[in-house]
Ligand binder design. Structure first.
Ligand SMILES: NC(=O)C1=CN([C@@H]2O[C@H](COP(=O)(O)OP(=O)(O)OC[C@H]3O[C@@H](n4cnc5c(N)ncnc54)[C@H](OP(=O)(O)O)[C@@H]3O)[C@@H](O)[C@H]2O)C=CC1
Ligand SMILES: CC(=O)N[C@@H](CCC(=O)OP(=O)(O)O)C(=O)O
Length: 308
């Protein structure tokens, strides 16, 4: 029997991309609310109770409301919002880092944020391996395509086509900070500098490191090797190394992709490093991650339906 899926927020940027990835898959039957009903509390409650798995592609408050509306049901959840990423009782849906077995059995799965996906992928394995200190004052610079801000930012970039670059989060309290610290296993908060460029999708998340100033003093090559070992065999997270590479680009019209590339660049002595993740904010940063988690929760091949 097909698994019944209700995408709450199916008309939004992330919801639409999840529908695209589910299209034509016999394992799933979609419960769809029409435009007149998609924000009706009654219709959503009925759909949430009828579903085996609900995928929430909503603002945080509406996502919390959906969980409350489903009270009394056995519905399982994949929440794409940031409402439950460090919440008690929720499993962080990052299979490569958290472990598939936890996601496979969970009722409540929270998808990671797009920027944290890159940051945690780079840092968590290295802290766990003792190669980077958990109490290091980590910084993170990142640039995202404007679809990362959902419909509102897409409309803004359409209305203001002369925006060439936008830095933000200048009050240093970006909503991704708690999950970055918690799931990378850090003692302190991260100094995070996000920005947006006039490309629809795609992102580069970078962690610059003065390795020479650490008591652990790892060489950049050692960090790359450790990441390579950690993600060995993954079809989604790939550690890339090309000594001739001297730049990374995002393209304004890049196609959707659900993988993520990790790179470690080091200076000649290896005591300075730039750890860089490149991913699609709407792919492994949102919709691709939701499909990967859905596959795992349903016991299906993990990468089915992904753009790899
Ligand atoms: N965009 C991205 O790259 C990423 C997004 N996310 C998260 O995923 C979630 C969805 O983001 P995104 O798709 O970008 O956002 P959008 O703004 O594009 O879509 C949100 C959708 O939710 C609908 N909605 C709002 N309130 C309600 C409600 N009470 N009941 C039913 N539907 C409602 C909106 O309706 P309407 O169309 O009428 O406005 C809209 O269709 C957010 O929490 C976001 O933070 C996570 C990772 C990456
Ligand atoms: C460019 C842009 O605005 N990006 C969003 C994050 C997108 C994302 O990861 O979604 P969550 O809100 O679910 O965490 C932001 O900085 O708030």
């Amino acid at each position: 029997m097909a698994t019944r899926i209700f995408i709450d927020g199916a008309a939004g940027t992330t919801g639409l991309e999840i529908r695209e990835r589910l299209d034509g898959r016999d394992a799933f039957e979609l419960i769809v609310l029409d435009d007149a009903e998609r924000k009706s509390e009654t219709a959503r409650r009925d759909a949430l109770h009828a579903a085996d798995i609900a995928i929430l592609c909503l603002p945080d408050d509406a996502a919390k409301e959906s969980v409350a509306l489903a009270a009394g049901s056995n519905t399982r959840f994949i929440d794409a919002s940031s409402a439950h990423r460090v919440a008690e009782g929720w499993t962080y849906g990052f299979p490569e880092v958290i472990g598939r077995e936890h996601i496979a059995e969970a009722q409540f799965v929270s998808n990671p944020g797009c920027y944290p996906t890159g940051f945690i992928a780079l840092i968590a394995p290295l802290v766990r391996a003792g190669l980077l200190p958990a109490d290091w004052p980590f910084t993170c610079n990142a640039v995202s395509g404007y679809s990362g801000g959902g419909k509102a930012l897409i409309e803004r970039f359409a209305a203001e086509p002369d925006i060439a670059f936008r830095t933000y989060g200048l009050n240093l309290d970006h909503k991704h900070l708690p999950e970055m610290q918690a799931h990378a296993g850090l003692d302190h908060g991260v100094l995070f500098a996000p920005s947006v460029v006039p490309a629809y999708r795609g992102m580069v998340v970078e962690v610059p490191l003065h390795l020479g100033a650490m008591s652990t003093g790892p060489h950049a090559d050692r960090l790359r090797d450790a990441l390579g070992q950690f993600y060995e065999g993954s079809q989604v997270v790939k550690v890339v190394h090309d000594e001739t590479e001297s730049e990374l680009l995002l393209h304004a019209d890049a196609p959707p992709r659900d993988d993520m590339e990790l790179r470690v660049f080091g200076n000649e002595g290896g005591w300075n490093a730039r750890l860089v993740a490149r991913l699609d904010n709407l792919g492994k940063g949102a919709s691709g991650a939701a499909i990967q988690n859905l596959n795992i929760m349903c016991g299906l091949p993990e990468t089915e339906g992904l753009n790899l």
